[in-house]
Design a binder for this molecule. Structure first.
Ligand code: B12
Ligand code: SF4
Length: 517
């Protein structure tokens, strides 16, 4: 096989930015898979240029013009950015490949703009693409491994890509690691609800941690496991054996059902400093939060006690909620969340708007069947800048009023003051303060208030939300143009639109019932 000039782009940002939060934190949100693909490409004898785009890099300078094949890893909120870049490079003969959450969720749409669109990706698949390395136009090849890879290159092999990415983070530096894939739970809105749980090798985890200790004096590790600690004792034993107590700080996403008090004691002892459990809803997901059949205020009290217990052991706790779920009716769920915020002053509440990412989850099929998915441009699908599911029990203005009210409550001076007073340590307080006053807290109140205003004053917005028009309103078009900066010029015609029911249409037709003759 000829030696290829491979470029790999991890799109953490989706457009040029000078925002302070982005500058400080974006490099810490880098993905593992683009680094993995880099290792696999080098293994196959190719020359690799790796760029983690945080919104501050000049891509025309960093990605060599004579790139033979460009791999882009993108979330859906960076899909338009990825599309513009692909279009730009394809014009000068580069073959492009899309992987990551967007490729898994919207493969049919992505195939219009990339030569290859990869779902589950393993070494064999990457090598197959490198061997083929040919333009596939107008419709790209959609390829996927049968299942998640059994193993991934570790930190040592990925270090040449990790180090320059971390060098971009001026203060907090978080090394991305992973110990498992998939999840044993089956939350119907989640991309992993049908992906088998699979632990990765403990030997590999230990080798990663030991290597890290040899490279960094006091490392911080962010676990990318969809649900950390499913096989709790085995995983913790592996970590404890490799890391002397207190030498590494860890952050992980884990479900409440895993975070029992004995487990919390162990996590604290092993250096866990940040935990992000999901509560999602006061009326469902009881198995995940270990609240069984308890709902409403009873669940609030039980979960608040639990989260306060977590806070006694782990200084940084972010609790995740999904707003606008079908189980929610009226103001009660929002009022319950406010009670929860009062009862757990130390926890940071993170709110996501119910979102259906294409083919990600089984729930999306029924939402598409009910014609409830709104075709907001991909750029806004990040759980916050748009809710692309028409709510079942709310009108849009009513829902936005509740969301804005809840956000204002959660980031009011009083609540913020209580939060900071309840927090331990400078870093926890600083992070919670910055998150509240930056684009996340205040920024989303302002953004949601703009949308709420447009619902009253701009008929094109109202008709788009209600599904009466498919024409993307000017507000959204202009925002994409603004956010993409010079990349807007490279965005192909029609890329702002997508079929919100593509998943449903891709389903095989039901077999005709054989009638007796
Ligand atoms: C860990 C995680 C994070 C971490 C790390 C993010 C990161 N950069 O990887 C943090 C906390 C930072 C994060 C942040 C966000 N996240 Co997140 N996150 C996850 C989580 C829990 C696990 C993903 C993971 O790493 N899995 C392990 C990898 C190895 O497996 P995989 O993702 O299935 O990838 C396979 C293939 O897709 C492919 N692949 C993946 N990447 C690439 C890249 C290339 C080049 C190739 C060829 C192949 C390839 O290979 C893998 C092996 O088969 C998922 C939920 C879940 N249960 O999966 C959400 C998820 C990916 N996140 C999501 C979202 C929306 C976000 C945020 C936008 C939330 C927010 N509002 O801030 C941000 C965006 C961050 C960013 N980069 O811009 C969505 C994405 C949906 C979508 N279509 O975009 C998910 C699916 C959750 C959901 N809502 O359903 N997240
Ligand atoms: S527990 Fe988390 S990762 Fe597992 S299926 Fe539910 S939402 Fe997805």
């Amino acid at each position: 096989m000829r030696k290829l000039r491979v470029s790999i782009l991890d799109l953490v940002g989706n457009g040029p930015t000078t925002n302070v939060w982005n500058r400080v934190m974006k490099p810490n949100f880098a993905s593992i898979m683009p680094q993995v693909v880099g290792v696999w490409c080098e293994e196959a004898g190719h020359e690799v240029t790796f760029v983690c785009y945080t919104g501050r890099e000049d891509l025309t300078r960093e990605i060599p013009k004579d790139t033979d094949i460009l791999f882009i890893g993108a979330f859906t909120n960076a899909a338009l950015t990825a599309t513009a870049i692909s279009n730009h490079f394809r014009k000068s003969g580069t073959v492009t490949v899309l992987g990551g959450p967007h490729a898994r969720c919207y493969p049919d749409d992505a195939a219009k703009y990339f030569d290859y669109v990869l779902g589950f990706t393993d070494r064999a698949l990457v090598h197959e693409v490198l061997r083929d390395c040919a333009p596939h136009r107008p419709v790209g090849l959609k390829l996927a491994a049968k299942k998640q890879p059994a193993q991934l290159p570790g930190v040592r092999e990925r270090w040449k890509f990790i180090a320059p990415t971390l060098a971009k983070a001026p203060a907090v530096k978080i090394v991305p690691m992973i110990g498992s894939l998939g999840c044993p739970y089956t939350c119907s809105f989640c991309i992993d609800s049908e992906v088998d749980y699979q632990p990765l090798s403990h030997d590999q985890i230990q080798e990663d941690l030991r290597f890290l200790l040899s490279m960094v004096k006091r490392p911080r590790v962010g676990w990318h496991d969809p649900n950390f600690g499913v096989r709790f004792d085995e995983t913790m034993a592996a970590i404890d054996e490799a890391v002397p107590a207190g030498r590494i700080d860890f952050i992980a996403e884990s479900s409440l059902s895993i975070l029992s008090e004995p487990h919390l004691k162990r996590l604290r002892k092993s250096g866990f400093k940040g935990i992000l459990p999901g509560i999602e809803s006061w009326y469902s997901m009881g198995n995940k939060s270990k609240t069984g059949r308890n709902v409403g205020l009873e669940k609030v009290n039980q979960v608040a006690d639990h989260v306060n217990t977590i806070l006694r052991y782990i200084p940084y706790v972010q609790v995740n909620f999904v707003l606008g779920l079908d189980d929610d009716i009226g103001e009660e769920p929002f009022e319950l969340t406010k009670r929860f915020v009062d009862k757990t002053p130390g926890a940071f509440p993170a709110y996501s708007l119910l979102s259906a990412f294409g083919e990600a989850a089984p729930l999306n099929l029924s939402l598409q069947r009910d014609a409830r998915v709104v075709s907001f441009p991909f750029h806004f699908l990040d759980n916050n800048h748009a809710m692309n599911v028409r709510p079942r029990n709310y009108g849009w203005t009513e829902l936005y009023d509740h969301i804005i009210d809840l956000r204002k409550y959660s980031f009011s001076r009083r609540t913020l003051g209580r939060r900071l007073a309840a927090n331990q340590g400078f870093l926890t307080r600083a992070l919670n303060l910055v998150r509240a006053v930056s684009s996340e807290g205040y920024g989303r109140i302002k953004y949601d208030s703009t949308i709420r205003g447009l619902l009253d004053t701009d008929l094109t917005v109202r008709r788009f939300f209600d599904g009466e028009s498919q024409v993307v309103p000017d507000f959204y078009r202009e925002k994409v143009r603004h956010d993409l900066g010079p990349l807007w010029e490279a965005l192909p015609e029609g890329a702002l639109d997508h079929d919100p029911n593509a998943y449903l249409k891709a389903q095989p037709a039901p077999l005709a019932t054989a009638l007796p003759v």
